[in-house]
Each structure stands twice: as C-alpha cells, then as structure tokens.
Design a protein around this ligand. Sequence first.
Ligand code: PAF
Length: 289
Amino acid sequence: MQTVNHLPALREAVDTLRMRGAVALVPTMGALHEGHLTLVREARARAASLVVSIFVNPAQFGPNEDLDAYPRQLAEDSQLLKAEGVDLLWAPPVEEVYPQGFATTVSVSGVSEGLCGASRPGHFDGVATVVLKLFNQVRPDLAVFGEKDWQQLAVIRRMARDLDLTRPAAEAIHGIATVREADGLALSSRNRYLSADDRARAAALPRAMREAVARIEGGDQVSAALLALHRALIDGGFASVDYAELADAESLEPIEALGATPARLLVAARIGGTRLIDNMPVAGRQSVD
Ligand code: PAF
C-alpha cells in the first residue's frame, strides 16, 4: 500500500491505478473499526483498485465538538488498511485540503437541515464541502459510505445529483448496511467514549428502535411508537433524546403516517456525555388491491 500526503503524488498514483480499471474511494476520518473495514471490503469487491482517505475534517466539527479529542491513530489505521489490500492511502494535512484563502462552502439545503443538521449547524456543509473535494482530488469511479450516517449519505447523494457529478456519479455512491455489535449497538468511533456501564445500557437504543419499527410496520400510530421509543431510551439510562423521527428515506422529510415509499427511523440520543446516532429501515405499506 502506498501512502500519499500531497496532491501531485495523489494524482500520479491514481492515474497509475486507473490503468488497471475502476477506482473506488472510501472516505474516512480514521480511528478505523470493523464498520470501516466492512466498507473497505465492499469497495474492494466493486473495483479493481481501492483508495481510502483519512482526514479529520475540521469544517464538520462545531465549536463545542470533539475535534481536538477526536481519535487519531494513523499508524494503526495504516496497518489495518494494508492488511485489507488497500492500494492507496490518501492522508492529506489540513493545509492541503484547506489552503490559505480557502473560501468555498458547499451547502445542500433541505436534506441537511433537520435531524442532526438542526443540532449541529454547519456540520453537513463541512461534510459536503470535504466530500466534494475528496471526490475531485481522487476522481473515483465509485465511492462507498456507511448507512450508519444515513443523513450524511442522503446529503452526499443529493449533492452528486444536483451538481451532475461524474466521478463518482450519484448512482455510483454506495451505502453499506450498518455493522452492529452482538447486542445490536451500531459500531462507531464514539463508542470508545462510553464507560462500561453506559456501554451496556447503550444497547437500549437499537432495542427500542427495533420495537418502534415493528410497531410502525404493524400499523401503530407513528406518534405513539415514537413516544414509546423516547420513554424506553430514558428508562434505559439515556440522559436525553435529541430526536427520534420517522422520515422519508431519501428526502428526510418527516412522516406522520406510513405511506408506500421507503421510510427510515432516525434517532440521536445522549448517554454519559456521548451522543449516539442510529437509523433503521421501515418498510412502506404495500397497497392491497
Ligand atoms: O463519515 C465520515 O467519516 C466523514 O463524515 C467523512 C464522510 C469522511 C467526511 O469527512
């Protein structure tokens, strides 16, 4: 595996890889866990060459968020990626991504605004801006993201459609199902901040969500299912619930009653100072003739 930190070397390395066929990109912020490695394996299976980027993007952290404390472990990450057969690691320093005078922001309205966008102003502008930059730097044929960050994926797909991206095209942006621990907790770099007690209690999140999905799919009122979900989280040891919403899977518009189009249950909740997010699919109602 080759590691490059500067754009001219990246371009040269990607041009060489492109001679072998399609190039896939998996963008990450490092602190890699099994969830990321699953994305890497999925990307590997879809393209001749595989580029992984590691860049802790300051633009997507709010002033009171954990940018400085965000785990950085490039040497360890690099070993993991090498073992997965990654061809190229793109690990630029901040100045390479945001050189002096940098003045452009990509803002995707609508889909960025609710859910995590409401409590993290500017977060998705930071994500969209860096992802468009990574796309333009690497120019991959396809890119792979985790469904764990469902709103992020929806924002990136919207951006790709709206801006007629070709490398990658919107259809070549693949979402991969969330990887979970045995008790259902979604893998996340932030799980490491949980104390042992909170880690055990955190399983209440996927459990309560699965129950809410079953209730909604079974025909219960959405508002009643969401209220029960909220209560189950507080009873289960969560300090607060930022949001618990049923939304259209693509536009993320809130849904009050299940229709025929695919829906998604999305939750953000805090436990012991750590904010956990998760989402699950909710099957649309089948029309019966
Ligand atoms: O999901 C992440 O790790 C980041 O938001 C991403 C997509 C790499 C952009 O910084």
